[in-house]
Design a protein around this ligand. Structure first.
Ligand code: MD3
Ligand code: FE
Length: 219
């Protein structure tokens, strides 16, 4: 058994029961804590290869969240639309490989929420600084909606919004903290969701930023 798998099964033994947010949605508080050192070290390596950048939406707005990616596919947006691409447009090179600790964490979290054998091929890395936000949207650029999405929160806390299947519906607020992991699948996979403007309360390890790792099976 690898060190990471061992640390993650330990976390299963001691973690609270997942908080159930919907039939296919679970919040695993602190699930990333046992692998945090590895995770942050890997993240630093990735940032050095494929830097964070602000993308433009199809509507012509520059996003307040800066993004990068790792894995076989990376998420991309410009005036012509949203899509996944195999190369970083800024470097012309393939996206950096998904670190083993990222992959194991995502697979273990999905399994904990009841989705076995989740094998993400894309990890979108979002960086929020104070004031940055993500307006309500659905994630529908992936090929297979039967695969869940796993999201890992790092650094400053944020307020996550989850809504229904239509844009205008009621939304529920949920605070997300360093080390929390969310899994969205099944009937909750296409829910509208977003993040309120980030408040300025520096984090001891990451300073004035929030990083969110979003794992998808895109291809
Ligand atoms: C619920 N990111 O990158 S992650 C995104 O915190 C995105 O950076 C947010 O939404 C962030 O697209 C939220 C949690 C998340 C991700 C995908 C979902 C929640 C989801 C897909 C369906 C429902
Ligand atoms: Fe999303």
């Amino acid at each position: 058994m690898s060190a990471t798998s061992q640390q993650l099964s330990l976390s299963l033994a001691v973690a609270d029961q997942p908080e159930i947010l919907g039939a296919g949605a679970a919040l695993l508080r602190g699930f990333a804590a046992p692998v945090m050192t590895d995770l942050l070290e890997s993240l630093q390596g990735l940032e050095a290869v494929s830097a964070f950048r602000h993308l433009v939406t199809p509507g012509g707005f520059t996003m307040s969240v800066a993004v990068s990616s790792c894995g076989a596919l990376g998420w991309m947006s410009d005036r012509s639309g949203y899509r996944y691409v195999s190369h970083d447009p800024d470097t012309g090179r393939p996206w950096p490989a998904m670190p083993a600790v990222f992959q194991r964490l995502a697979t273990a979290a999905a399994a904990q929420a009841g989705f076995t054998d989740f094998e993400p091929d894309a990890c979108l890395i979002n960086r929020y600084v104070p004031g940055a936000r993500m307006t309500l949207h659905q994630d529908r650029n992936e090929r297979d909606f039967s695969q869940p999405i796993v999201s890992v929160s790092l650094g400053m806390s944020a307020t996550f919004l989850f809504g229904g299947m239509e844009r205008g519906g009621k939304t529920t607020r949920l605070p997300l903290h360093h080390g929390d992991v969310m899994v969205w699948g099944g009937p909750d996979r296409l829910r509208y969701h977003g993040v309120l403007p980030l408040k300025d309360s520096p984090h001891p390890l990451l300073g004035r930023q929030r990083i969110n790792l979003t794992f998808r099976k895109a291809g």
